[in-house]
Every structure is written in structure tokens, then in C-alpha cells.
Design a protein around this ligand. Structure first.
Ligand SMILES: *[C@@H]1O[C@H](CO)[C@@H](O)[C@H](O)[C@H]1NC(C)=O
Ligand SMILES: *[C@@H]1O[C@H](CO)[C@@H](O)[C@H](O)[C@H]1NC(C)=O
Ligand SMILES: *[C@@H]1O[C@H](CO)[C@@H](O)[C@H](O)[C@H]1NC(C)=O
Ligand SMILES: *[C@@H]1O[C@H](CO)[C@@H](O)[C@H](O)[C@H]1NC(C)=O
Ligand SMILES: *[C@@H]1O[C@H](CO)[C@@H](O)[C@H](O)[C@H]1NC(C)=O
Ligand SMILES: *[C@@H]1O[C@H](CO)[C@@H](O)[C@H](O)[C@H]1NC(C)=O
Ligand SMILES: *[C@@H]1O[C@H](CO)[C@@H](O)[C@H](O)[C@H]1NC(C)=O
Ligand SMILES: *[C@@H]1O[C@H](CO)[C@@H](O)[C@H](O)[C@H]1NC(C)=O
Ligand SMILES: *[C@@H]1O[C@H](CO)[C@@H](O)[C@H](O)[C@H]1NC(C)=O
Ligand SMILES: *[C@@H]1O[C@H](CO)[C@@H](O)[C@H](O)[C@H]1NC(C)=O
Ligand SMILES: *[C@@H]1O[C@H](CO)[C@@H](O)[C@H](O)[C@H]1NC(C)=O
Ligand SMILES: *[C@@H]1O[C@H](CO)[C@@H](O)[C@H](O)[C@H]1NC(C)=O
Length: 726
């Protein structure tokens, strides 16, 4: 049984220590202290061993451990002091001294004990500094206000000052008293403890009691201890309502905290969980508090999103040991009232830890907004049925906005086009269903490209603009739209989500034709009486986009023109000198495309490649023509070296074989660069913007507008490409 328990602990610590470097480090710990962080591992420590630990740790021979328990922390926290030669001192009113003074008994001792309770003392005995050998000082139940004098009693082990009138504690008073083990200042009138006290304690201070005082704030540097171990720090029954960080302290990876200790902050007025982040404690270092127990019951805790990082970080530990090191119960919000943090974590209710956003956080007045880190770090803006007539002009400055504008009377989307791009980029989901939107402008559609899902079902949309093609079909939901279809609407047949896609239901277009309703996907050109030739109306109006592109071009011309010059001079060179086709050319065209995109495959296999092959070109597409089982890299290089033209389809960089495609681009670019008889054609399939990688190879093509935009699904694009081919 014992073995099993040990294995269990080993397992837990194994995980904790391997999984992160934030848990207490065992390697720089003296071996005798390992049982301190690893209580169950040490199999048979005897009382002797514990004694050694104690003496080695505090470099004191006078401490004994009163517990026979195997646990090192338990031993350390039940120490008492043994002095062979201790004498008693007493107090007397003496002439020449203002207050009472100490009188020495005739016998000389190496240490002394002084006790004077209920004695109306207003100061320390005036000659106290003549007695540095006092080991134990009990002046409780007096009227002492100032404790600073105590620092001259260098051998002091125990200071009992409970029930006095002390108001202020300097961070200097006790810091050099290396033998001081117990400070009891409970039931005083402490209003302030200077910052930088407990964190700098490095002696044998084990108990620090300031319960029942008037503290209203506590500095983080008086919460964190770095001494190897402390036993008790008691701040309970004060009015602490804020944690401060006056010295601007920051936790650092290499700083070790105490391995063990109990900190009591119960019965205070703490509301916001602000230990982490703003007060310098990095939530990444939370594992260093693993052996601590922090009690913070009976406060006014508001369990909001500020608790989330801590709760999330504790989740794993709670799963394994079913306990936590920070105990608190929530007071608000109402649905979490009287709930313990431990239960919230145990029951996986972290999604309840939200922060409501106010008008000051740019939440629109009609809406309810909240930040919810547990669900994808999202911020929800909820305004269903709140009488909105237009898109609010301000939104919270958070990322991952999920906006619900359903059941309102929004008529136009002007507000969206007025948002800056960076605002739109924050939006992940936008639900506009059940409104009265009539039309979507090109500019708005351009903005929508940044949004993961836009829902505009159940609005009054009667016409679908061609620029809708800029969006992926799964990005937008228009619901069922019944309209009078025209020839120029037939592009929708290809754009609409495919049958097997998860978003099939997002958009359905039904044509009202000859009094019948038919889905547009079943309509043919002849049904609508269209001629086979292209009409100019079907050209996508890209004037806005090209204006945009022009700005980019002008801007980027100012910068490096390296690639452009290369491509330009190359074209001129080609013009003058007819390229010679070497014998080794095997394929006319090598196509590099994202094979995982079903739309790309469909277009390639059913439209583009057949077209090229009809024109007599030998086309190689990897997913169709590769030799089965051959190493891909080798085959790619082989085939590319024997191809004259490379066609590259840029599509979204998020999925599938893109990493692979990037290698193909590298080869293609290198061949194109070095061999003037080859050609490289770039088709921008998904309106990919120039990200860094794309830029590296194709910036020149973009700026020189040698990129064919896949804005048309009709035959024009294929003809365009044909004119480029060699
Ligand atoms: C300090 O004194 C108070 C009041 O006498 C007592 O209740 C408390 O236990 C003492 N604290 C410690 C740490 O001994
Ligand atoms: C002690 O407190 C004062 C402010 O009250 C601060 O300036 C000083 O840095 C502190 N000392 C230490 C050692 O932190
Ligand atoms: C604490 O004191 C010990 C012994 O004097 C010393 O070795 C150690 O470096 C000190 N630690 C800190 C953080 O000052
Ligand atoms: C802190 O002091 C209070 C009041 O004396 C006491 O009830 C509580 O148990 C103490 N906390 C710890 C951890 O000893
Ligand atoms: C707690 O703090 C609030 C405001 O911060 C104050 O109104 C209230 O009186 C405080 N309660 C106690 C017991 O100090
Ligand atoms: C947020 O606001 C809602 C509704 O106003 C309220 O029910 C909830 O308690 C609030 N939550 C927090 C954490 O303040
Ligand atoms: C969560 O979102 C907030 C603001 O929306 C952002 O500051 C923070 O970095 C995000 N955190 C993570 C882990 O993404
Ligand atoms: C919107 O209104 C419809 C009918 O008016 C109602 O069925 C639906 O529940 C409402 N949705 C929301 C989110 O309020
Ligand atoms: C869009 O909203 C409608 C109505 O609220 C809903 O039925 C539909 O599932 C939503 N579509 C998507 C893709 O979320
Ligand atoms: C091209 O557009 C013009 C003006 O918009 C129109 O008059 C003409 O009929 C159109 N041509 C075809 C073939 O549709
Ligand atoms: C293209 O858009 C511009 C401005 O939006 C407009 O003036 C022009 O008439 C449009 N051209 C066609 C062919 O639709
Ligand atoms: C990537 O493609 C696979 C298979 O086509 C699909 O299951 C997955 O959801 C896609 N992932 C993303 C992020 O689009």
C-alpha cells in the first residue's frame, strides 16, 4: 500500500516537474530538504534526521522538533527552543529612567526570559538594548506603540506583543534579527506594514501573526516569502481590501519562493483577485506556490475573469490531487455566491468566470458585453432584440469578438465599412440574422473577409453582388434567398457551398423562373436564355480593389524594386531573344496548388486542365500525375526541372499541403530566375494578401500586376493564362 502511495506521488511530481519549469526545482535543494517538497518519498526519516534537518536549515543548535511525524515541514513548524542556561529578568520603576527598566538578578546567565503582561507599559523598557541576550520577550497586553527598539535584542527568538497599540511596522525592524522565530502582533492597531519585509526575511522566522489589526492594504512583497520555509503568516481579521505592489516587484523564473507555508488572509475585505499580473506575480510561476496553503475565506471575492488564469493553471493539479492551494468562496456574482473556487474548478465551470464590460469599455449602450477567457478567450457582445437601427459605432477593444445583433431593425451596414480594418479584424463572428438589411456593398464584403462567420439570414436581401466571391462560402450565411435569376448570376452555381461541405445550408439561392421555384444550382444557361458569349456585366467590378492595389503598388515601388527589375528586364530580354526549348523538356506546364482545397481540385480537374489539354499542352499536377509511392521531393525536382511553365495557385495559407507548396514555390522561383526559357505564372486564387512568405517569392509579381486574380470563374481567366504561356 505504501509503495503504491509513493508511486502515486512520484507520478504527480514527475508530471509537475517535467511539464513545466515553474514548479519547485529539486536540483538546487540540499538533499536533506527534499522530503520537504516531496513528503511521501522519504521512507524512514528518524527523529534524529529531522533534528539534523532543522539544525542544518537554520544553523541553530537550540531548536528541537516536538513532533515525531515523518514530515519535515511538520517538524519544522512545531519547533521549540532549548537553552541550558536561561535566567529570568524582571521590570522595575527606577530613578533616572523615564519608564520602567530591566533589573538583572545577581546570577549571570547566557540567555534571558522577560515577561511583563498587563502592565500598562507604553514603551519598551528603556534599557532593553543592554540585554541583547533576551531570547524570549512577552510584553503582551500593554500599551506599546513603537516596536523599533526591539531590533537591538539580537538573540531574540520569540516576540509576543499581542494586545498592544502598535500602528506601524517598518521593513527594517526585524530584517537583521536572524534568530527571531515568532512574531506575534495580533490585536494591535497596525495600519501599515512597509513593503519589502517578508520577501526579504532570510533567517528563521517561522510565525508572523498580525491578525486583528487595522490593515487595509497588503503589499505583494509582504505576501511572498523566499526563505526556504515559513510556517504561518496570519493576516486574518483585518480590513485588507487591496493588494499593492509599491516596489514594482516582478516574479522572475530564477527566484525561488518558500516551499511550504500557510498564509491566512481570511476575514478581510478582498474583492478583486489581483495577485497575478498587475501585482507582479506571473501566473506562469504559480507552481512555485505548490506547497503553500493560502486561506482567504470570508472576503468579498468577486469571482470574475481575473480569477481565470489562476483557475486554469490550477486545473491540472486539482484533477490529480483534488485540492488546491488557494481557498476562497465567491461573494459575487450572484450565480457564484457562496461557491468555493475549488468546486468551480472541480466542476469545470471556468466558463462562469467572466467580466462584464461597461459603457466605458466601449460596450454599446443597448448591449450586454462580457469577456469570457474560458471559451476561446472570447468577448461576447449580446444585443438581440434591443431595437438597434444601425451598427453601433464603437465596440470593445478586445480580440475575438462574437457579436449578436439578431432580431433588430438594422437596415444598412454602413457602420461596418466605417470601422477601421483593425477593428474588423477583432471580430470573429457577426450575427445579423433577423434584421432588415437590403443590400451589401462591395466595401462591406471586403471587410467581411476578415470575419470567420457572418450570418445575414432572414434579412431583405434581393440581389447578390458579384463581389461576394471574395468570401469563402462557409464564411457567410445568407439563408434561403429567392430571387429573379439572371444570366450574370450563374457564377453562384460554382461559388455556392458544395453538397458535402459542412456549410451546405449556409446559403441557398432559389430562382423564381416562369412561376416556378428552382435552386440555381440546377439552372443552366439555356434555362435563362443566355447566350454562350460572355457579357460585359459578368466582369467582376474590381475597381475598388484595384484602387487599393494601386496604393499598395505605389507604396511598395518606393521600397525595394529588386524583384520587379529582375522580372522586367527578364521580360525585355525574352522579347529580344526567342527562348530555345531544350530537348529535355517533358512537360509544358507544372501546376502547384493546394490539393486539399476541394474547390481548387474541382476547378483544376473539371475546367482548367481539360482546357489546357485541349489546347495541346502537356500538364503535370502532382495529385493526378505523380508516380505512386515515389519520394515526393525527388519527384518534384525531377518533374519541375523538365517543365517549361510553372503555374502557381496562391490559396489560403491555413490548411493542408501549403508547407509543401512553399517548397514547390522555391524550386519554381529558382528555375525561373536562372533559366530564361521558363515562365512562372501566379494566380491569386483566394485573394491571398501578401504575407511574408508570399512576398519573399512573389512580391515582384504582385507589384507588377503580373498576378492573375481569380476573380472570374468564367473562361476569361483561362484565356488570360493562355496568353502568358510559352
Ligand atoms: C498570537 O496571539 C494570539 C492572542 O493571544 C493567539 O490567539 C495566537 O495564537 C498567537 N499567534 C501565534 C502564531 O502564536
Ligand atoms: C522599505 O520600505 C520603503 C518604503 O516604505 C522602501 O522604499 C524600501 O525599498 C523598503 N526596503 C526594502 C528592503 O524593501
Ligand atoms: C539566506 O541566508 C543564507 C545563509 O546566510 C545564504 O546562504 C543565502 O544566500 C541567503 N539567501 C538570500 C536570498 O539572501
Ligand atoms: C490566524 O489567526 C486566527 C485568529 O487568531 C485563527 O483563527 C486562525 O486559525 C489563524 N490561521 C492560521 C493559519 O493559523
Ligand atoms: C469593504 O470595502 C467596501 C468598499 O471597498 C467598504 O464599503 C466596506 O465598508 C468595507 N468593509 C469592511 C468590513 O471593511
Ligand atoms: C454580469 O451581468 C449580468 C447581467 O447584468 C449579471 O447577471 C452577472 O451577475 C454579471 N456578472 C459579473 C461577473 O459581474
Ligand atoms: C485574450 O484576449 C485578450 C484581449 O481580448 C488579450 O489581451 C490576451 O492576450 C488574450 N490571451 C490569449 C492567451 O490569447
Ligand atoms: C427573434 O425573434 C423570433 C421571432 O420574433 C423569436 O422566435 C426568436 O427567439 C428571437 N431570437 C432571439 C435571439 O431573441
Ligand atoms: C444563422 O442564423 C440563423 C437564425 O438565427 C440560424 O438558424 C442559423 O443556424 C445561423 N447560421 C449559421 C451558419 O450559424
Ligand atoms: C456591355 O455593356 C453595355 C453598357 O453597360 C451594354 O450596352 C452592352 O449591351 C453590354 N454588352 C453585352 C454583350 O452584354
Ligand atoms: C464599377 O463600380 C463603379 C464604382 O463602384 C461604378 O461606377 C461602375 O459603374 C461599375 N461598373 C460596372 C461595369 O458595373
Ligand atoms: C483542413 O482540411 C481538413 C481536410 O480537408 C479539414 O478536415 C480541416 O477542418 C481543415 N482545417 C482547417 C483549419 O481549415
Amino acid at each position: 500500500m505504501r509503495i503504491r502511495i509513493n508511486m502515486f506521488w512520484e507520478f504527480i511530481f514527475g508530471i509537475l516537474l517535467v511539464h513545466s519549469d515553474q514548479y519547485p526545482k529539486l536540483d538546487n535543494l540540499p538533499p536533506y530538504l527534499i522530503p520537504l517538497v516531496y513528503p511521501e518519498l522519504d521512507l524512514n526519516p528518524s527523529a534524529d534526521l529531522l533534528q539534523k534537518v532543522l539544525q542544518a536549515q537554520f544553523r541553530r543548535k537550540d531548536l528541537m522538533c516536538s513532533s515525531l511525524s515523518r514530515s519535515v515541514p511538520y517538524c519544522i513548524c512545531t519547533t521549540y527552543q532549548v537553552l541550558d542556561n536561561i535566567g529570568m529578568l524582571s521590570l522595575k520603576k527606577m530613578s533616572g529612567y523615564k519608564s520602567e527598566a530591566i533589573v538583572r538578578s545577581t546570577l549571570q546567565h547566557s540567555n534571558y526570559y522577560l515577561e511583563s503582561r498587563h502592565n500598562n507599559l507604553q514603551n519598551f523598557p528603556s534599557n532593553i538594548c543592554e540585554f541583547p541576550e533576551i531570547a524570549h520577550l512577552d510584553l503582551s497586553y500593554n500599551k506599546i506603540k513603537d516596536v523599533n527598539l526591539v531590533s537591538c535584542i539580537t538573540f531574540l527568538d520569540t516576540l509576543k506583543l499581542q494586545h498592544n497599540l502598535v500602528e506601524y511596522l517598518s521593513n527594517e525592524t526585524f530584517i537583521h534579527m536572524r534568530l527571531l522565530r515568532v512574531i506575534n502582533l495580533s490585536h494591535n492597531r497596525l495600519k501599515f506594514i512597509e513593503p519589502g519585509f517578508l520577501i526579504n526575511v532570510n533567517g528563521s522566522l517561522l510565525e508572523f501573526d498580525v491578525s486583528y489589526n487595522y490593515l487595509t492594504s497588503l503589499d505583494i512583497t509582504n505576501i511572498i516569502w523566499t526563505q526556504t520555509i515559513f510556517c504561518k503568516a496570519n493576516f486574518s481579521h483585518n480590513s485588507i481590501s487591496s493588494i499593492t505592489n509599491e516596489l514594482n516587484w516582478r516574479s522572475q523564473g530564477k527566484l525561488e519562493f518558500s516551499f511550504f507555508g500557510r498564509l491566512d488572509g481570511s476575514y478581510n475585505n478582498l474583492t478583486y483577485f489581483s495577485f497575478f499580473g498587475e501585482n507582479g506575480l506571473n501566473v506562469k510561476h504559480i507552481g512555485k506556490l505548490y506547497g503553500w496553503r493560502i486561506y482567504a475565506w470570508h472576503n468579498q471575492w468577486n469571482c470574475d475573469c481575473k480569477i481565470y488564469p489562476f483557475a486554469k493553471a490550477s486545473e491540472m493539479v486539482v484533477k490529480m490531487v483534488h485540492t488546491i492551494n488557494f481557498f476562497l468562496t465567491c461573494e459575487s456574482p450572484r450565480h457564484l455566491r457562496k461557491k468555493a473556487l475549488l468546486d468551480i474548478i472541480k466542476k469545470s465551470e471556468l466558463d462562469q468566470l467572466i467580466c462584464n464590460l461597461s459603457l466605458a469599455d466601449r460596450c454599446p449602450p443597448q448591449c450586454h458585453c462580457f469577456y469570457q477567457p474560458a471559451i476561446g478567450n472570447r468577448t461576447v457582445i449580446d444585443c438581440p432584440g434591443s431595437g438597434l437601427t444601425r451598427i453601433p459605432s464603437a465596440l470593445p477593444l478586445y480580440d475575438n469578438l462574437q457579436i449578436d445583433f439578431t432580431n433588430n431593425s438594422i437596415r444598412n451596414l454602413k457602420g461596418i465599412s466605417q470601422f477601421g480594418l483593425e477593428m474588423v479584424e477583432r471580430i470573429k463572428k457577426l450575427d445579423l440574422s433577423n434584421n432588415q438589411i437590403i443590400a451589401i456593398s462591395d466595401l462591406v464584403l471586403d471587410r467581411f473577409r476578415k470575419i470567420q462567420l457572418v450570418n445575414i439570414t432572414s434579412n431583405a436581401i434581393k440581389r447578390i453582388p458579384r463581389s461576394l466571391q471574395m468570401l469563402k462560402p462557409c464564411q457567410i450565411a445568407l439563408g434561403k434567398i429567392i430571387m429573379k435569376c439572371k444570366c450574370e448570376d450563374l457564377w453562384l452555381k460554382i461559388w455556392l457551398p458544395l453538397q458535402y461541405q459542412s456549410c451546405t445550408g449556409n446559403t441557398q439561392i432559389v430562382c423564381e423562373h416562369n412561376g416556378l421555384l428552382r435552386p440555381i444550382t440546377e439552372m443552366e444557361k439555356v434555362d435563362l436564355g443566355c447566350s454562350e458569349t460572355n457579357n460585359n456585366a459578368s466582369l467582376l467590378n474590381m475597381s475598388i480593389c484595384s484602387a487599393f492595389a494601386a496604393v499598395i503598388i505605389i507604396a511598395s515601388m518606393v521600397f525595394k524594386l529588386r524583384y520587379e527589375c529582375f522580372i522586367l528586364t527578364r521580360s525585355i530580354f525574352n522579347f529580344c531573344k526567342k527562348p530555345v526549348a531544350p530537348h529535355c523538356i517533358k512537360h509544358d506546364i507544372y501546376i502547384s496548388a493546394n490539393e486539399d482545397d476541394p474547390l481548387v481540385r474541382k476547378w483544376l480537374l473539371t475546367s482548367f486542365v481539360p482546357y489546357l489539354e485541349r489546347k495541346g499542352f502537356d500538364v503535370f499536377i502532382f495529385f493526378r500525375d505523380s508516380a505512386f509511392g515515389a519520394p515526393r521531393e525527388q519527384e518534384t525536382i525531377d518533374v519541375m526541372s523538365k517543365s517549361r511553365n510553372f503555374i502557381i495557385l496562391l490559396s489560403d495559407i491555413t490548411n493542408g499541403t501549403q508547407e509543401w507548396n512553399k517548397r514547390e514555390w522555391r524550386y519554381a522561383w529558382n528555375y525561373y530566375k536562372c533559366d530564361f526559357s521558363r515562365n512562372l505564372i501566379v494566380i491569386n486564387y483566394d485573394f491571398v494578401k501578401c504575407d511574408d512568405f508570399v512576398k519573399k517569392f512573389f512580391r515582384g509579381f504582385f507589384t507588377l500586376r503580373k498576378v492573375i486574380n481569380f476573380s472570374n470563374f468564367d473562361n476569361k481567366i483561362e484565356e488570360d493564362i493562355l496568353t502568358f504561356l510559352k
